[in-house]
Design a binder for this molecule. Structure first.
Ligand SMILES: NC(=O)c1ccc[n+]([C@@H]2O[C@H](COP(=O)([O-])OP(=O)(O)OC[C@H]3O[C@@H](n4cnc5c(N)ncnc54)[C@H](O)[C@@H]3O)[C@@H](O)[C@H]2O)c1
Length: 359
């Protein structure tokens, strides 16, 4: 697909290609929607096979940010940058500063931060040239622990919906992925008395969970078919599909991984038909974005932020209720709520306010 085809199909406001001859910087920024506020989204550096792959990635990721921000009640929109190159060779101070200057040139329509192959130290260099950076170590900091906190409350909401009680004591929870989010999540679940079954492609992470949290280990491919109350995906996307959904022996799916459903409609419906309650990915994993968003309302306050993140619990209960009443899968309900909020706020702002330019 060509650039304008994507923009027409997904409603992107702006897609910008940028290049810096001196440093070899090459990238694409996609600003999907700024009805609610400035676009926010990380910057990813990746050795894409070709420009089309980079465009596809940035289009998809920026749109996802719009939905995530809207669903989380944040007044910001979705954006993303991808830089094309080999992370092992292209990065240096001048390269990152050249990128920072490009971000600055957008005048605050787009705020960015870390993502794949762009570290906190890289962001320090980007910040030498732009004010439009968020999620910095000296501000809201690492989002993973607060993402885990939000997922924990989201799992409790799913338990409340499914069994009428949000206690996780004695519940068997199968956790896929023990990384930055998954491991801290396991600590919360263990503390509440859940029984953990875990897997990860890295054996040392599994060993740690066995030793510290009394978890039962299983092989990676076995995690879908273990008998459990809740399956919690916290690794890669697209893991729920035609092959894995029939294997599930759980009543709830709730975890941090992005884009868990290979196909939102088809696989969301398959879960619903099997009476498996699904907590939509970008609603339950919004802790990180809510955390970053608080930087727009300084001073950043951790306690207040955790309180806002805990609202994921109530947000999910509303989604579950709507899904049941309207027989619409929970992922599609989340999409509808996110779109409705953007449309409503957009209309609300359509009136004339003196001082705004109108002719
Ligand atoms: N970090 C955040 O704040 C945040 C926020 C929102 C969403 N997410 C999403 O949550 C997921 C986890 O994020 P993270 O920051 O913990 O990443 P991470 O890289 O720290 O952890 C991922 C873990 O999954 C394991 N893994 C990879 N493939 C696997 C497989 N096939 N089977 C089992 N384990 C596998 C990895 O070894 C690693 O331990 C990702 O999908 C991410 O997009 C993260």
């Amino acid at each position: 697909m060509k650039v304008f085809d994507y923009m027409e199909k997904y409603g992107h406001e702006q897609i910008i290609y940028f290049y810096d001859k001196a440093t070899g910087l090459k990238g694409i920024t996609a600003i999907h929607d700024t009805v609610l506020g400035p676009a926010i989204g990380g910057t990813r550096l990746f050795n894409y096979a070709n420009e089309d792959d980079a465009l596809f990635d940035v289009v998809r990721l920026s749109r996802g940010m719009t939905y995530k921000c809207s669903a989380a009640g944040c007044n910001c929109g979705g954006g993303k940058s991808v830089l094309l190159g080999d992370p092992g060779t292209v990065k240096n101070e001048a390269y990152l500063r050249a990128y920072g200057r490009f971000v600055q040139s957008l005048g605050g329509r787009f705020f960015t931060g870390e993502d794949m192959n762009i570290s906190e130290f890289d962001v320090d260099n980007i910040m030498k040239e732009t004010n439009y950076v968020n999620g910095r170590a000296d501000m809201s900091g690492n989002p993973s622990p607060v993402t885990s906190y939000g997922v924990y409350w989201g799992i409790k909401a799913a338990a409340k919906e499914k069994w009428g009680d949000d206690s996780l004591k004695g519940k068997v929870i199968a956790v896929q992925g023990l990384g930055a989010v998954g491991y801290t999540l396991c600590e919360y679940l263990h503390k509440e008395g859940a029984k953990l079954i875990v897997t990860d492609i890295k054996p040392e992470k599994v060993d740690r969970a066995v030793k510290e949290l009394g978890a039962t280990p299983v092989k990676c491919e076995e995690i879908y078919s273990v008998k459990c109350d809740i399956f919690s995906p916290n690794s890669v996307g697209a893991i729920l599909n035609d092959d894995t959904i029939p294997q599930l022996k759980c009543e709830v799916v709730a975890g941090a991984a992005n884009n868990v459903l290979l196909d939102e409609k088809k696989h969301g419906d398959m879960l619903m038909d099997r009476d498996i309650l699904y907590a939509p990915d970008y609603v339950i994993n919004a802790g990180g974005v809510v955390n970053v968003y608080q930087e727009f309302n300084p001073p950043y306050n951790r306690e207040r932020t955790l309180g806002i993140i805990k609202q994921i619990y109530d947000r999910l209960l509303v989604i579950f209720a709507y899904s049941k009443k309207n027989h619409l899968n929970t992922q599609l309900v989340a999409n509808k709520f996110a779109e409705d909020r953007i449309n409503l706020i957009g209309k609300m702002r359509a009136n004339f306010i003196p001082g705004e330019k109108h002719h």
